[in-house]
Structure formats: structure tokens, C-alpha cells
Design a binder for this molecule. Structure first.
Ligand code: GBE
Length: 528
């Protein structure tokens, strides 16, 4: 039985991906993190704060979604209380300090600061909460990094179209201006948007993120169009009015790495099509030397729209002035990265018609032999993919330091989180190799996440924290896991532990336990 399993896995590799010959991110063991390299931890307002209707806060699109659609979240939970950080922020700051981390990335809730969505009513208690948190961090010498928008639009703004309403460029700019006025003298790092692709593609084009609008083929493009303009507008406002604060501003894009499913020219092309139409959808307008949407996306949506009898492309056009206004509007490239996929060209229509997925026309799968026992089924452990992605970004979008604003691993909870320890070791090893061997331009790394939290549609099932949160206890007790200790050790020593082995993936492989459930996939792969 064991033998059969290995023969099948071997056969899968021969038949499948020829490029990714090793999972390891690199062999050398003596690399250290550069002196000025910064380590951080990340969280987001919806996921930790709770207090969803306290002290004047109005509902966000996430409050609205999980309150009205009771089956949306895997465990039927809500973010009403979450980790209760609205009341426990002092403990949060203390944990960041305990970890020895230099920077804490958290997000500000728009409906907590502006309950109407607009600046006619600035909530003093909302401002006070974030002011207290920032002061608490500064007291410990921790640098705050603020995400201005981590998915929680005021529902009142959604009611008038949300990110598909072009006036949101002004609404968002006004909101950001309030934050800069109150906090720019204390906050040196700003992220305008966390993972805009999740907001637009999944939230407006799909049902996987709020507002779950599902108007695919149209709304994801409209949302992106307004969001990119809003980002650029805020960047220019920041540089015009707040430049003397010395603050840095950027965007955090989510990107998987992609490998060709087979070693054919067509599948290698699928990789480039995938990267340029997903990460590139947001990166090309802001970070490429030429600006605008990636030419591949413009051509693909144009061709499909014509074929589908639309009078114009479903992808809105930027004027020459807008292209110039958006290009170069960042001080750093924020990257959220978790996993890798295998790509091939679709040989028939894929996805709903019309949709971004259908426009792009590639197929994305994962190799069932890649290690993972994660509670998040998409989270396969491929450290070499991280290294390759950092290289790709360095070459494709030169001139911007990369800050990895999120990276991490999910499990079903427990203090003895050996899989998470292994994940962080492998990904930090890949990062060290990207810096030292490939000269990737990376200046910081943030672990996702400081503590267990409300993992969106996965509720409290999937745990990403360095600290375990006991959600049943009245005071949401936080306890450091093994991974917290590893992270502290790495930060203090600036290197990986002595006993780290880049080829040891055993933490993910009660392989014999998993293998039977993998067999159908492997057989499927062999037959196709
Ligand atoms: C980030 O998103 C978020 O910024 C953060 O809030 C979140 O808690 C954290 O990661 C962990 O999830 O069926 O293969 O298409 C793919 C991560 C789902 C970006 C999950 C979508 C990762 C992109 C499902 N991925 N996500 S499927």
C-alpha cells in the first residue's frame, strides 16, 4: 500500500509539473536578516475588534452580510465580539511587545470612525479608540502601520452602490483625510487597501466576500476602476498635505505564486496570463513603468466583450491623464502571500459568462502531493513559490521595496502548533534566499496573524494566530503558541534556528493518514 502510494505520487510529478522540482526555498543555512529588515505582525478590524455596534459604530458590509445570511460563515458565527480587541487593545500591544516585533499592522474601521460613512459626523469615541491603541504601541516603541481599508465598508455606503459608485473616490478620500489629520504625525506606514482583488473580484464579482454581489463580468471591473482612482487620489493628497510627516504609503496586493501545470509553452503562457491579470490587474496601473491595466487584460476583456455583443469593453478605460495620475502612486509594494497554484490554459469556456474568470481563460489547480494539513484547504505549503514570487515582483515592478504585509498558516487550533512553526521556518528560509541569492528587494515581513481571529467565511474554525485566543472565555484569554516562540527567536537572532532543515515537511504529513483521501485526486490526475 505504502509503495503504491509513492509510485502514484511519483507518477503525478512526472505527468504533472516539471518546473517545480523542489519545495524547499533554498539550501544554505547561514543567512541572516539584514540589519534594517523589519519584522511585524498583522491583524484587521473586523477580525479582532468586536464591539460591532458599540460607542456609535454603524454596521459594515461584513456585519450586514453575516447578520442577514446565516449560512455564510462555516460555523454560523459572527464578528460581533471576535477577540474583543476593542476592549483588550492594551493586551494586544503587550503581546506585540512580548514577541519582540518592531511594527504592528492593524486596520481602522471606516464605520467606527464615520458612522454615516461621511465626514459630517466624526465619531469621537472611534477616534479615541485608535488614538489609545496607537499611543499604547508607541509607549512600547512599536511602529504602527495602518491599513485604511481592510474590507469593512460602511453598509450605508454600500446601499448607494459601494465601490461601483464613482463618487466613492471622494468619500474614501475624505475618510482617509480624517485619519491623516488625526494620526499622520504618529503613524509612519499607511496601506490604502488590503487585497483589493478580494474586494472587487470576490465581493462584487462573486459571493465569497462581502457584499457578495455576484455581478460578475461587470462589477469587479467597475469596483477596481474606482478603487484604483481612490488609491491614487489618497496618495496625492498624502504627498501634498502630509509629506512633512515622512510617512510612507502603499497598497497590499494578494498574490499566489503560479507554476505551469505541465512543461508546455501553452501552460507556461498560462502562468504569465494568470499573474498579469490577477496581481497585475492592480500592480500594473500603480507599479509598472508604463501604468494602465495590463495589456493582456485589456485585450482579453475587449475580445470577449465583442464576441458577447457588448458595444464596448466591459473593462472601463483610463484616460491618458488618469493613467499618469495612478502610475507611481506608492512608496512600497505590499504583498500578502500564502500559497501556490498550477496553471494551464483552458481549452473550453471557464467560469460564468461573462466574468473575469471567463475573460482570462486559465485553469488553476493545486498539486495534491504538496504538503498541507491546513484547516484552510487552499493553503498548500510551497516555500519555493514564495521565493519565486518575490523575484518576479522585483523584476517586474522595479524601484519599489517589497514589504510582505501578510504570510501565515491556518490550523484547527492548539498551542503545540508544529505545522505553523514549520511553515514560518520554511517561508522565512525562502525569504532569506530571495534576499541573499536573488537580490530581491524585500525590506520587511509581517506574520498573519498576531492572534486567532474571525477568519471571514471560515469563522473561528480556521486559526492563523501566533497567540491562541480562547473564544469561550469571557476575557478572550490570549496565550502564545510554539510559533510565537519561534518568531521571537528568529527576530532576536536574525536567523533560523540551528536545527532547521529545508527538506523536512513532516509536520504537514501524517501522510499515511491523508493518503487515502488523496487517492481519488491522484487517480483523476493520472487519467486526464
Ligand atoms: C488574507 O487573505 C486576508 O487579508 C486576511 O484578512 C485573512 O485573514 C488571511 O489572508 C487568511 O485568509 O477555492 O481556491 O479559490 C481561495 C488571503 C481562497 C487571500 C484564500 C483567496 C486566500 C485569497 C479559495 N483564497 N485569500 S479557492
Amino acid at each position: 500500500m505504502e509503495l503504491v502510494k509513492y509510485v502514484l505520487i511519483f507518477a503525478f510529478f512526472c505527468n504533472g509539473n516539471a518546473e517545480l522540482d523542489t519545495l524547499a526555498g533554498g539550501e544554505k543555512s547561514n543567512y541572516t536578516f539584514p540589519k534594517d529588515f523589519v519584522f511585524g505582525v498583522s491583524t484587521a478590524a473586523v477580525q479582532i475588534e468586536g464591539a460591532w455596534d458599540e460607542d456609535g459604530k454603524s454596521p459594515s458590509i461584513w456585519d450586514h452580510l453575516v447578520h442577514t445570511n446565516k449560512t455564510f460563515v462555516r460555523d454560523g458565527s459572527t464578528a460581533d465580539v471576535a477577540a474583543n480587541s476593542y476592549h483588550l487593545y492594551k493586551r494586544d500591544a503587550e503581546m506585540v511587545h512580548e514577541l519582540g516585533v518592531n511594527i504592528y499592522r492593524f486596520s481602522i474601521s471606516w464605520p467606527r470612525v464615520l458612522p454615516t460613512g461621511f465626514v459630517n459626523n466624526i465619531n469621537p469615541l472611534g477616534i479615541a479608540y485608535y488614538d489609545n491603541l496607537i499611543n499604547e504601541l508607541l509607549r512600547y516603541n512599536i511602529t504602527p502601520m495602518v491599513t485604511i481599508y481592510h474590507w469593512d465598508l460602511p453598509q450605508k455606503i454600500q446601499d448607494i452602490g459601494g465601490w461601483t459608485n464613482s463618487l466613492i473616490v471622494d468619500y474614501y478620500t475624505d475618510y482617509a483625510n480624517v485619519l491623516f489629520k488625526h494620526f499622520a504625525h504618529k503613524v509612519k506606514y499607511w496601506v490604502t487597501f488590503n487585497e483589493p482583488m478580494q474586494t472587487c473580484l470576490e465581493g462584487y464579482g462573486g459571493t465569497y466576500r462581502a457584499p457578495a454581489l455576484n455581478r460578475h463580468g461587470i462589477a469587479e471591473y467597475l469596483c477596481t476602476h474606482n478603487l484604483l482612482k481612490a488609491h491614487a487620489n489618497v496618495y496625492h493628497m498624502f504627498k501634498t498635505h502630509y509629506n512633512e510627516t515622512g510617512g510612507k504609503l502603499g497598497m497590499s496586493l494578494d498574490s499566489n505564486w503560479a507554476e505551469p501545470r505541465s512543461n508546455t509553452a501553452r501552460d507556461r503562457e498560462a502562468v504569465e496570463v494568470y499573474l498579469s491579470t490577477h496581481m497585475g490587474w492592480y500592480a500594473h496601473p500603480v507599479y509598472s513603468p508604463s501604468g494602465n491595466y495590463p495589456p493582456q487584460l485589456i485585450d482579453l476583456v475587449n475580445a470577449k466583450s465583442k464576441k458577447q455583443n457588448y458595444t464596448r469593453s466591459r473593462l472601463p478605460e483610463f484616460t491618458k491623464e488618469e493613467v499618469d495620475f495612478i502610475r507611481g502612486t506608492a512608496d512600497f509594494f505590499g504583498l500578502n502571500h500564502y500559497t501556490t497554484y498550477l496553471l494551464s490554459m483552458a481549452d473550453k469556456e471557464v467560469g460564468a459568462i461573462p466574468s473575469h474568470e471567463n475573460d482570462v481563460g486559465v485553469v488553476r489547480v493545486q498539486d495534491p502531493s504538496w504538503p498541507s494539513m491546513s484547516s484552510s484547504s487552499w493553503l498548500k505549503v510551497v516555500p519555493s513559490g514564495f521565493r519565486r514570487l518575490l523575484n518576479y515582483i522585483t523584476k517586474k515592478y522595479p524601484g519599489y521595496p517589497i514589504i510582505v504585509t501578510e504570510n501565515g498558516y491556518a490550523d484547527y487550533s492548539g498551542l503545540d502548533d508544529t505545522a505553523r512553526v514549520s511553515y514560518y521556518s520554511h517561508y522565512l528560509n525562502a525569504l532569506l534566499h530571495a534576499i541573499h541569492e536573488d537580490h530581491s528587494n524585500v525590506s520587511g515581513y509581517f506574520a498573519w496573524s498576531l492572534m486567532d481571529n474571525f477568519e471571514w467565511d471560515d469563522g473561528y474554525v480556521s486559526r492563523f494566530g501566533l497567540y491562541l485566543v480562547d473564544f469561550k472565555s469571557p476575557n478572550k484569554t490570549r496565550t502564545p503558541k510554539q510559533s510565537a516562540k519561534l518568531y521571537t527567536e528568529v527576530i532576536a537572532s536574525r536567523r533560523l534556528p540551528e536545527d532547521y532543515n529545508p527538506h523536512d515537511f513532516s509536520a504537514f504529513s501524517s501522510a499515511s493518514a491523508l493518503a487515502p483521501s488523496l487517492l481519488p485526486f491522484i487517480l483523476y490526475r493520472l487519467l486526464h
